[in-house]
Design a protein around this ligand. Structure first.
Ligand code: NCD
Length: 326
């Protein structure tokens, strides 16, 4: 079974959330619409729904994370689930336990959902192949491969500001080569029918696969940012660079950094996004990051509603027995 089939049941319903690739516009729209209906929960006096009451969600983060881990935790808590955060630095993995043994042990604690972040591409898929059938696996970022919940919160943020996707021109700027965010976002934008997706980066930070996804490639922001509706800036992922791909951070900022002057090339109502963590003065100027066009903190807030939606959809589909077992 391919990774794409693995996340769907025989009726095409989402059981795990491993990658955006291979999903239909219907799947993505269901997530976006569900997130829209959950977005208001944060404004209530009691910020909780009973949807996952009695369920246990385990956050398994083998790689650093601030926003993703905490918003997954908040999302699970707002749905009334019990949440376990496994601190990998102090867990048995650092004593040599294999991923499969870690998985079996946590499974033995009767959990219902694993949220996994790992430096190896394919780690979440590996988990989904090996877990007991009642458990849902959500990918919180695997190597340079995929970050599907980030793509959903990004498209959710775009849709709230600019709902007419076919009319949109979107530019993704920076370290595309190492970015699971860019990869998942490009897939999601294509599935949702975005008008034009551009990538802007030096040759050394562009992977070959990018051409195959039908994006427009630019090496200079002066041309690439012209008349865009949305700009997505990316961090230089130094920790994934095996060799020097760049002269210096200052030079990168000079050539690609998003300054107010460069932002002026985009449409007057363009929005500026970044998955975080931002490096001020490297890929983005503080005046832009904190300026009126920035929706960077909105992305963080939207991450909670999106993760609530994905958690309730996948666990809801687990609860419903597949037709052949009914
Ligand atoms: C991204 C990640 O971890 O892939 N951050 C995030 O999830 N908010 C991007 C990055 O680390 O640059």
């Amino acid at each position: 079974m391919s990774a794409i089939d693995l996340q769907l049941d025989s009726q095409g319903r989402l059981l795990h959330f491993l990658s955006v690739e291979g999903l239909s516009r219907h799947h993505l729209t269901e997530i976006l619409d569900t997130a829209e209906s959950l977005h208001g929960v944060a404004e209530r006096r009691v910020k909780k729904l009973p949807t996952l009451h009695g369920k246990t969600v385990v956050n398994l983060f083998f790689e650093a994370s601030t926003r993703t881990r905490t918003t997954f935790e908040l999302a699970a808590k707002r749905l009334s689930a019990d949440v376990l955060n496994l601190n990998i630095a102090t867990s048995s993995t650092s004593k040599g336990e294999s991923l499969l043994d870690t998985l079996r042990n946590i499974e033995a604690m009767q959990c219902d959902m694993f949220v996994v972040r790992h430096s190896q591409s394919g780690a979440a898929e590996f988990m989904a192949r090996h877990v007991k059938p009642h458990i849902a696996v959500l990918n919180a970022g695997d190597g340079c491969h995929a970050h599907p919940t980030q793509a959903m919160l990004d498209t959710f943020t775009i849709r709230r500001h600019k709902p007419d996707f076919p009319a949109l021109r979107i530019a993704i700027v920076g370290d595309i080569l190492h970015s699971r965010v860019a990869r998942s976002l490009i897939h999601a934008l294509n599935i949702l029918g975005a008008g034009e997706v551009r990538v802007i980066a030096p040759r050394t930070l562009l992977p070959v696969w990018v051409e195959q996804l039908g994006v427009q490639v630019f090496h200079a922001p002066q041309a690439g940012l012209r008349d865009v509706d949305v700009i997505v800036m990316l961090r230089l992922q130094r920790e994934r660079m095996e060799r020097a791909l760049l002269p210096s951070e200052q030079e990168f900022f000079q050539q690609y950094g998003l300054t107010e002057e460069r932002l002026a090339l985009a449409k007057p109502d363009a929005i500026v996004m970044h998955p975080g963590p931002i490096n001020r003065g490297v890929e983005i100027d503080s005046r832009v990051a904190d300026g009126p066009r920035s929706v960077i903190l909105e992305q963080v807030t939207n991450g909670i509603a999106i993760r609530m939606a994905i958690m309730s959809i996948t666990l809801g589909n687990h609860a419903r027995p597949a037709e052949e077992n009914a």
